[in-house]
Design a protein around this ligand. Structure first.
Ligand code: ATP
Ligand code: MG
Length: 453
């Protein structure tokens, strides 16, 4: 038999049964980021290797160990491991610094890192991210964090932890770096191999180490004292204080983590991560921060910037544990032609509707409706003769028979408002607000106004 060819290690197919949640994440991204004034940008998946060496930094794991790089016509090309560098390149190359600030760009798409595949870590994975250019004030940092939090909320993910820290500016960080080196010197031989390299090249990144024996060293009193010291200069401290003030005002809950330094070289001042307790050890869904020198380092004008990226596979695994999205209605009928045409009619009105293509027994169809839909739309013999339909709310089991030509106009409102129950009769609807328990009966064509009022 011919040998089958498998998917590459660390990559995955996204199958039709998984795609609904992907569409949901993508649609919400467009909806929420648009609200905050972001425009989508799509940059190439391949870029010059130099972009990442200079943009992400040649002391980072990403550039040192994780890039997929190949040579083509004497040019070194890399599959993007992240997209901030690509967006910054496009920003510069397309003269976007001439646009009035802020310039807000968002993206989604695959990233590639040669890492050890494990739960929450793939070699091809997807990120969605936002980058804001041109604003140095901490309002931008606060709004960037708020955008991420509200995107997560729109997906139904509320119980996440926002961690923040300030890395200061290159000037005030210098002394901090030296102090870190000094206090860790006696432990140099106990540090992991990576940390020994970081010690010289980028001592701040030591604090990001996930190796337990290194983490234990950072717990030592004298080391902790340096880590917890207030090393940032007055201007950076003021920026950080302001950010916290805005987050407090916006009711964004956060905790400060002095060990949060982020894996990339380009950050200054604000860094943040959003973590979930439901993800095991790869618990970060979002990482970001301020990168005021990156645009200049890549050849553009001096432009402050702040941004973040989220791992969509990690979002997916959080969403997967939630209730799947149900159909609006499932038509229960032993008359296939009637069911088919009624389904088409409701679909053309924007509802998600299915019926039993195999025309199985009535009870089997009801079972299927209960499993897959919010409402069973029953077309029995009586209903067909009378031009009616029995609408059964599958969560409350309340059933009402209404005229088919009347229900058609109302059913969309009825089904859309899952947080409101409505009682149907021919001319009026009782609308009950489930948070206040206030109920009122209104004319059918006033339902919209009744809900809004
Ligand atoms: P980690 O500490 O988990 O390695 P990171 O700092 O390398 O994360 P970033 O470069 O900040 O990650 O990327 C932002 C987000 O992208 C992460 O918070 C995570 O959700 C996701 N991510 C990063 N690497 C992977 C990967 N190999 N597979 C799946 N998702 C990833
Ligand atoms: Mg990583």
């Amino acid at each position: 038999m011919t040998k089958i060819i498998n998917v590459i290690k660390g990559t995955k197919d996204i199958l039709p049964q998984d795609i609904t949640l992907w569409h949901f994440m993508e649609e919400k991204a467009l909806e929420i980021f648009t609200k905050y004034g972001y425009k989508e940008i799509r940059t190439p998946i391949i870029e010059a290797t130099e972009l990442f060496a200079r943009g992400v930094g040649d002391t980072t794991d990403i550039v040192n160990k994780e890039m997929y790089t190949f040579e083509k016509s004497d040019k070194s090309i890399t599959l993007r491991p992240e997209n901030t560098a690509g967006v910054v390149r496009a920003f510069i190359e397309n003269g976007m610094s001439r646009l009035s600030a802020p310039v807000k760009l968002w993206y989604k798409g695959p990233m590639f890192r040669y890492e050890r595949p494990q739960a929450g870590r793939q070699r091809q994975f997807h990120q969605v991210g936002c980058e804001m250019f041109g604003i140095k004030e901490p309002t931008a940092d606060a709004e960037a964090i708020l955008t991420a939090v509200n995107y997560l909320k729109s997906l139904g993910l509320n119980d996440l932890t926002v961690e923040i820290n300030s890395l200061g500016c290159p000037t005030c960080r210098e002394e901090y770096k030296n102090n870190i080196k000094k206090v860790l010197k006696p432990y140099f031989n106990d540090l992991c191999e990576d940390c020994q390299t970081r010690y010289e090249k980028n001592p701040l990144r030591l604090l990001d180490c996930k190796v337990e024996s290194c983490k234990a060293i950072f717990e030592k009193d004298e080391v902790k004292k340096v880590i917890n010291s207030d090393f940032i200069c007055e201007e950076c401290a003021e920026h950080y204080r302001e950010l916290k003030k805005y987050l407090d005002k916006l009711n964004v809950k956060y905790c400060e983590n002095k060990l949060l330094v982020r894996g990339l070289d380009y950050y200054n001042r604000t860094v943040f991560e959003i973590k979930s307790n439901n993800l095991g050890s790869q618990n970060a869904v979002c990482g970001g921060g301020r990168y005021d020198s990156l645009v200049r380092n890549l050849g553009g004008d001096d432009t402050p910037a702040v941004g973040w990226a989220m791992g969509m596979e990690r979002l997916y695994s959080l969403l997967e544990k939630m209730e799947p999205q149900k159909l609006d209605g499932y038509i229960v009928s032993t008359n296939s032609i009637e069911a088919l045409s009624f389904a088409e009619e409701l679909r053309s009105k924007g509802l998600n509707v299915e019926f039993d293509l195999q025309n199985k027994k009535f009870t089997k169809q009801l079972e299927k409706a209960s499993k897959n839909a919010k409402y069973a739309l029953i077309l029995g013999e009586d209903e067909i003769t009378n031009g009616t339909v029995s609408v059964k709310n599958l969560s409350t089991s309340i059933q009402k028979t209404v005229k088919r030509n009347v229900v058609k106009a109302e059913i969309k409102n009825l089904l859309k408002s899952s947080h409101k129950t409505m009682k149907i009769n021919d001319t009026t609807v009782s609308v009950k607000n489930l948070s206040t328990s206030i109920q009122k009966t209104v004319k059918r064509n006033d339902v919209k106004a009744g809900i809004k009022g």
